[in-house]
Structure formats: structure tokens, C-alpha cells
Design a protein around this ligand. Sequence first.
Ligand SMILES: [Zn+2]
Length: 342
Amino acid sequence: MALVVFLILAVLDFVQNTLEMIEKLHCVVQQLRHQLSHKMTQLLQDLVETLEQNGVAREVLLSVASQQWCFWVSAFGAGALLLLLWLCWRTRKRSHKPESSCQQGSPERQDEDEEAEDDDDDDDYGGIGDLAGCVADRIWLPAPYMADKCRLVEDLVEELLSSCRRLSGKTFKPRLQPAIMMGYVYEGWSAREDNVLYQLLVPLQPPPGHAFLLETDTAKDLLTSESCLRVQLQCMCKREQLLRDRLCFLHHSEDELKCQGPSLLNTLCTNSYLDIEKTTCWFQMLVKDAWKLIPLSHHCQLTVLPTTRSCKLSVWKGQENLSIQMTFGVSLDDSESFLSLD
Ligand SMILES: [Zn+2]
């Protein structure tokens, strides 16, 4: 009996201890829940405050930007309106003075321009309206007469080259082939007729007893303008036997060759390569002499401009001027293509 009572008391004590432990755990859980709830509330408040601050800042930025935008639009509109009014005033004023146009034309027109400038200094070429007028007057598309001008230049150059061939025919200088019109460019910024530069290619062929050998750019193994034109002597004994006009450079002694001019290697070459600057210098002197032999020299004046790798000419007839640039070229392997040597 005593043992049963002891067991009952032990079970009751265990149950009581367990209940106390559960109650303590419940208290701890409740405390943790309150702490978590408090933290969550703080975080939510911070988040709301941050969003509100950002919203205010965005509103402030939008307000400032809209004010700036309104300011710049207003300023631009006012500027455009003032410019429009000023242009209208200038146009109306110029409509009463057509002679003050800046177009260049006949001498009479230029005199009128000068008078207009004397009358009113404000009508000088400094304004926007004047500048627009000048641009409109001075720039135009190539007119059909340019084709006629190109043919005129080709005929003039061919006449000049024919005279050059007659003068250099007995020498061992490069043979000048008929020039090829490459086109024309406008010198300076304006497309005026007297600003045209006609560009022609003058193919060169070797003189008798010589050969041209094109050597490619060794670094790139390409045929470019940097390629060198090597000059090589060739046997012309057969020609010597047939025509008896030249001696073969390879099979005659120096004493025998004294009766004819020096080879190309001894005149216009440097280290067996055709020297373009020497060739240009020779051609410029030849052109000056050849010009005197053609009938055109009685009516026109020729000026050979100082250039080093091409021949630039200026031909004047009264107030009219033709600018011509001749560049040397060489044929590529019997094809119709040429390599410019400028
Ligand atoms: Zn020979």
C-alpha cells in the first residue's frame, strides 16, 4: 500500500514539473513573439518613411526639371521669333536694293557691287542673310558645259604633248602617251567655274632599249602608289641592224655610245628606279619649251606652277583661266589599267 502511494505521489510530482516547464516555455515564446512584432512594426515604419521621402524628392526634381524645361523652351522660342523678325526685316530691306547681291559676274556687276558697298557698309558680307545668299549664288551643280570644257582641255593637253614628243623624240626619256582625263575637282571651298582643276593621267612608256618593271611594296606585297618603277636596259641589237638609228646600250662600249644621248638610267633615275621628282622637273621644262611651238601660245599665257610630283599648269586667255594637273602613270601588264605615280 505504501509503495502504491509513493508511486502516485511521484507521478503527480512529475506532472507538476512538466506543467511548470511548459508554462515557462510559453512565456519565452510569448516574449519572442512580442519582440518580433515590435521589430516588424519598426521596419514597416522605416520603409514607409523612406518611400515618402523618395516621393517628395521625386516631386521636387520633377518640379525643378519642368521649370528648367519651360525656361529653355521659352528662351528658344523667343530667340527663334527674334531671328525670324530680323530676317524678314533684312529681306524687305534687300528687296529694295537688288544690286547689293554678292553674286560675282560681269565687271559691270562687280562695279555695281562696289558702289552698293560704298553706299551702305551695313550691307557687307557679314550677315547671315548675306552668307546664305552667297552660298546659294556660289554653289551649283556642274553644268553641261563642263563636258565641253573637258574636251577643250583634252585637246589642249594633246597638242602640248605632241609638241613635247617632237622635242624629246631623239632622246632616251620616257615616251609620253595620250593623256587620260581623270576628272575635275573644285579648288577652294566654292564651286565656281574658275576654281576647277582638271586632272589628267599621262601614261609613260619606256624609251627604246629600256624596260619598266613595277616592283610591289615588299612589306605588303601589294601594288600601290608606293611601288617603285625599276628601269632596266634591254638589248636592241636587232633594231640597230634594221633601223640603224640607235646603238645597243648593252653591247657597245662607252666610247661608241658617246655619239648618242645618255640612257634613262643616267638621267632621270636614282639607283635604277625612275625618280618621279626628276621626271617632273624634266617634264616641266619640256612643257615650257613645247608651249612656245604651238599656235595657242600666241593667244594664251602659260604658267607652270611649282610642284614636285605632278605637273600643274595654269593657262590664261584674258580673264579666263584653265587649271590643269598632269600626273604620270604606267600601264599594268598590258591591261587598260594604269598605276598613278604621284
Ligand atoms: Zn644588244
